[in-house]
Design a protein. Structure first.
Length: 127
């Protein structure tokens, strides 16, 4: 399958299976944005695997940004009352692992110019 981080991202995507239909019924635009961002997380991680260091670094940075976008979309869903924060807790924890690993890979590839680092992620969790 590739990288373990990709498996974590796929687990987070699977965790959205029950949440996305709720969002889709109430807010089609938010559904589309969360769905596209989650796809971007998984696909950018897959693309990074096997690429040269520069391309891999850029893909991990994109994955990290898209993961933050998914997290913000879920926070909006909670704020709008579409579901409780407890409903997204497992997805958030899995997404957190993927984001941290992405930041670690990117840092390992000398990604000092990107702003998504492991230190800025711990306070951004939904719950």
């Amino acid at each position: 399958m590739g990288l373990i981080i990709q498996q974590r991202a796929l687990a987070a995507a699977g965790g959205l299976r029950q949440i996305l239909p709720v969002v889709r019924k109430r807010d089609r635009s938010l559904f589309d944005q969360i769905h596209r961002a989650m796809n971007s997380v998984v696909l950018n991680i897959a693309e990074a695997d096997g690429n040269d260091a520069g391309t891999a670094r850029a893909r991990f940075a994109s994955a990290c940004g898209s993961a933050k976008e998914v997290r913000a979309g879920l926070q909006l869903g909670v704020a709008y009352g579409y579901f409780s924060s407890a409903k997204v807790q497992a997805v958030d924890a899995t997404l957190d692992l993927a984001v941290r690993a992405s930041a670690m890979f990117r840092t390992t590839l000398c990604a000092a110019r990107f702003s998504c680092s492991a230190s800025d992620l711990s306070s951004s969790r939904i719950v």
